[in-house]
Design a protein around this ligand. Structure first.
Ligand code: FES
Length: 192
């Protein structure tokens, strides 16, 4: 005789599979929610920490050095006769790396910023023509930096130039003056 409990407590096979699947799905969901929750907490803490560090260490912009020792007065001596603007020589050695020319005239040495005063292209020195020319829109400048052709609205600007206690000439490319200001403040090196 079969027991009445045989059927009443027996769990059908298909039913067992369904429950296991349900349980594992729930476990998976629980786990996912938990991982997500911890992720949110970690992100929040991370952002807070970053902001605090940013506050402790304010952002600093590092500039490359702007002062260059370009030699002594004897490095800019020339036997050339001055041109009609009084310029004896234009030294192009510093143009490629530092974007300035050193001009020696009858009385002074000064540093011309090689940046066109129209839209900022780098001008080139043409020894044979005795002028600076801009490759972008054709502005032209005399050997002393004064504009005479093209759209450039004013002469080339100039950099601060000085001499240290050892008589070395220093150009500071961080300091830029219009030609008028440069003359007014007498920022050049007198050689005669
Ligand atoms: S940028 Fe030099 S002429 Fe325009």
């Amino acid at each position: 005789m079969s027991s009445p409990f045989n059927h009443s407590h027996a769990i059908p096979e298909h039913s067992t599979g369904h429950t296991d699947e349900g349980l594992s799905r729930r476990a998976f969901l629980d786990k996912s929610i938990s991982v997500f929750g911890w992720g949110v907490v970690a992100t929040t803490l991370g952002v807070g920490l970053f902001e605090n560090l940013r506050f402790l260490y304010p952002s600093v912009v590092f500039h490359p050095p702007s002062k260059y020792i370009i030699g002594g007065i004897h490095d800019f001596v020339s036997d050339e006769k001055p041109d009609q603007y009084g310029v004896i020589s234009v030294d192009t050695r510093f143009k490629k790396d530092h974007r300035f020319f050193v001009v020696r005239d009858k009385e002074r040495i000064f540093a011309l910023y090689a940046r066109c005063t129209h839209l900022g292209c780098t001008v080139n020195w043409f020894e044979d023509l005795n002028i600076f020319k801009c490759p972008c829109h054709g502005s032209e400048f005399r050997s002393n930096g004064h504009e005479f052709a093209g759209p450039a609205p004013r002469p080339l600007d100039r950099h601060h130039i000085s001499m240290d206690s050892e008589k070395r000439i220093i150009v500071d490319t961080a300091l830029v003056y219009s030609q008028k200001e440069f003359e007014k403040q007498k920022i050049y090196i007198r050689v005669a």
